[in-house]
Design a protein around this ligand. Structure first.
Ligand code: NAD
Ligand code: DAU
Length: 348
């Protein structure tokens, strides 16, 4: 297959690219990524000389660039990860979320529709369903959307548009909705990498509110395997939930990390809560298990241990991300073409 992967330099996108190269070395992947603050070419380490991979630096909202890409290449599928993904940032400023998540997604859908691309996989989130009380059943694909943060609202809007393209134009769109991912290459603004790196440096660990908000944690490799299954055998117009069947309060996760890095709980600081903070997410992924033959393989214990090991063993990555060095890596290593809005470069 020839696959366009948007956001392939972000956390989940990069893990997906690594997994795809291992599983399907003869496929071709074209990565479209704007390299925003969380897009990082270091996340594609080891793939520099892979002839099956090319990288286009560009914005999914740039309709001319996206149209040109679909004219230059005949894609068998699009896997769409690119997004503004951090809830706290969306509270500080919603506009980039509306721009990338809503307008960017629609720009891609429109290009794929015109090119009659055979599959469009839209990667979404369990946050579109809203929040749960402690005894509520987990979200199913039938749960009505009830987003409560600007991030979640922008993702819900993009889900509606993706499914509207399936309904109205008969486009082969598949939507996936996953719970909280953790693992290698996650930008340290999100809970787990922030806690791991802060604890390793004996810095305070900020826990919002009472720390009893519940998330369902999934190791990123399991999410990527689900996306792969949905890409290959998911039915057009369908939604598939993915989760790790590992609901935990945030405070338990922080305690687990402190134990793994052998640091004291006195590093924890309870800070002001996130405005509108969703109390609980839980995902029923029975449909994906039944229809796609998918199942989360990693236990939380093994996944957390592996994640902590990865951050410990990648001090150069951690340093480059924390110092901001990674943000100039592209300019230092790729030729800029001043005549175009974006630059196209073969990885390596
Ligand atoms: P991330 O923030 O780590 O990466 C996002 C990537 O998209 C970056 O490489 C960034 O440069 C790129 N990007 C952002 N705006 C762009 C634009 N306008 N044009 C082109 N590229 C752009 O995000 P992530 O955590 O890897 O999430 C990937 C996707 O998965 C998102 O759609 C997110 O909503 C969804 N998701 C994430 C989680 C999670 O726990 N992280 C869970 C479920 C779903
Ligand atoms: O549920 C899927 C979603 O998970 C994805 O769609 C989002 O892209 C992803 O960012 C994530 O959203 P959350 O808001 O759940 O993730 P975050 O890591 O920001 O926070 C996890 C929980 O930890 C949340 O309840 C807020 C809390 N938290 C977070 C940070 C950064 C803290 O208590 N302290 C912190 O410093």
């Amino acid at each position: 297959m020839n696959v366009l992967v948007t956001g392939g330099c972000g956390f989940i996108g990069a893990n997906f690219v690594h997994q795809q190269r291992r599983l399907y070395p003869t496929d071709r992947l074209v990565i479209l990524d704007a390299l925003t603050y969380c897009g990082n070419l270091h996340n594609l380490e080891g793939l520099n000389h892979d002839p099956g991979l090319s990288f286009v630096r560009g914005d999914i909202c740039d309709a001319d660039l996206v149209a040109q890409l679909f004219r230059d290449e005949r894609f068998d599928a699009v896997v769409h990860f690119a997004a503004e993904s951090h809830v706290d940032r969306s509270i500080l400023g919603p506009m980039p979320f509306v721009r990338t998540n809503v307008i960017g997604t629609t720009t891609l859908l429109e290009a794929a529709r015109k090119a009659q691309t055979a599959k469009f996989l839209h990667v979404s989130t369990d946050e579109v369903y809203g929040t749960l009380a402690p005894s509520d059943p987990a979200f199913t694909e039938q749960t009505p959307l009830s987003p409560r943060s600007p991030y979640a609202a922008s993702k819900a809007a993009s889900d509606h548009l993706a499914l509207a393209y399936a309904h109205t134009y008969g486009m082969p769109v598949v939507v996936t909705r996953c719970s909280n991912n953790y693992g290698p290459y996650q930008f340290p603004e999100k809970l787990l990498p922030l806690m791991i790196l802060s604890a390793l440096e004996d810095k305070p660990l900020p826990v919002y509110g009472d720390g009893m908000q519940v998330r369902d944690w999934i190791y990123v490799e399991d999410h990527c395997a689900g996306i792969d299954a949905a890409l290959r055998i998911g039915q057009p117009g369908e939604v598939y939930n993915f989760g790790g069947r590992a609901e935990r309060p945030n405070l338990d996760m922080v305690h687990a990390i402190l134990e793994l890095v052998d640091k004291p709980r006195s590093l924890i600081r309870f800070v002001a809560d996130r405005p509108g903070h969703d109390r609980r997410y839980a995902v029923d992924c029975a449909k994906a298990e039944r229809a796609l033959g998918w199942r989360a393989r990693w236990t939380l214990t093994d996944g957390l241990r592996e994640t902590v090991r990865w951050y410990r063993e990648h001090p150069a990555w951690c340093h480059s991300v924390r110092s901001g060095e990674y943000r100039t890596f592209y300019e230092r290593n790729y030729t800029m073409r001043p005549d175009t809005a974006s630059e196209v470069a073969q990885c390596g």
